[in-house]
Design a protein. Sequence first.
Length: 506
Amino acid sequence: MKIFSAEQIRACDTYTIASQNMNSLELMEKAASKCVDWIKTHLPKDSLFVVLCGTGNNGGDGLAIARLLHLRQFGVKAFVLRLTDEFSNDCKANLDRLKRIDEGLVDVLEPETFITELPQPIVIIDAIFGTGINRPLEGWAADFVRKINNMPNIKISIDMPSGMPADSIPDAESAVVKADFTLSFQFYKRSFLHKECGQLAGEVNILDIGLDKSFIQATHSQYKLNSKEYNQSIYKPRLPFAHKGVYGHALIVGGSFGKMGAIALSTKAALRAGAGLVTSLIPRCGYEMVQTYVPEAMCLVNGENDIESIENWEQYSAIGIGPGMGTGYATSQALLNFIDHCKKPIVLDADALNILSQHKDIMPHLPKDSILTPHPKEFARMFGENTNSMIQVDNARIQAMRYNINIVLKSHHTTVITSEGECWYNITGNPGMATGGSGDVLLGFITGLLAQGYSPTQAATLGVYLHGLAGDIGAKNLSEESLLAGDIIDYLGKAFLQVAGWNKGS
């Protein structure tokens, strides 16, 4: 699924209206009907509603929703905030439609008027501002939103929480409706996928209102969802007469005294991801531990307590480096020397990224299409601080294109940024995965997929998707609180089954 900007969505609306021989009021009616269908399905049939409407098209959506709720026997009252004396044509048309049914169903609120002390069972539907907002709310509108936020009532925002822009992150002090649910049309908005806004949008539900598919297909966007459908399209089933040599030989490099668990997890994850063979290059101090934890893997040792060199790497199909490796002088020099000579894409995480941040002059020497998997703080150490997470993603796009690499920027919606500047937002995963070792598992998944012949971008997107999906299945069975990194490995098989199309209910 593509993620369109507010401008692209408006163009898609316009094209749909023309191509389907309808008018804008009919499209608004379709959107309102979808919202009411969702409300009828998800809320008790005796629910009561207050619909807060602006004077633009989002207000028109709200007025249409109020009318349709009334016709379906829900108790409802609409309030229109007179933000301006000029109503959009569709908003005015839906206001007149509602009044024709019963003028008592709607009141117009004059400036500096507020709604207070709504009984808690009443559900507030927010249709004040939609995707057209491009600056912070001020004055009465801002005060109104803040008062609504202080109410304990359930809040459902239509298309966007009022005050939230679609394509940027507002300042922390900006007035934005804090919704429990957001019913948005056809597309995710980028702002939903970033923590600053995502926590305000609540549970986001995307409603298909039938926008023109040919326009969507033909219109380019650098921003996309890393969805099940996409990963099913790139998934490679196993061949009936294959042997282990067909699926590559992965090398996982890392570990140091006291941090051998990280490399053990990465090694097991690479095997579980399907690599035919996996070898761990580790310091001697961790040999017994890794061989015991992952008997299916082979081990090479180098150095007593830390890695001191990386040799004979040419024989491996894919190489992942960094888990628990440390940043000592000998280890750093081993990594820098390896990068200077390696010509195949590699996967770098954890201490490998910390070493890069201390030796930024080596960045241009990274092999083409390599995959870096930083969390936000690691990214900041490498490429500088950013004021919010969306600007950080845009910075990652710049760096990925600059160095011809892939960047997996880890977060709640982990983002895979390609060397061509494409940006894939992941939609699997949960807070239970915020646990030690989860990133080490991800490195193993990606390296294991890369070893099997997936392209670097495919290995990153599929690895991230499976990682989150395995975490979701694990959390469903164990709880988010009890989920461990090793559990993510254990549930990868069920995640693969879902992507492969088997046992879809797992």
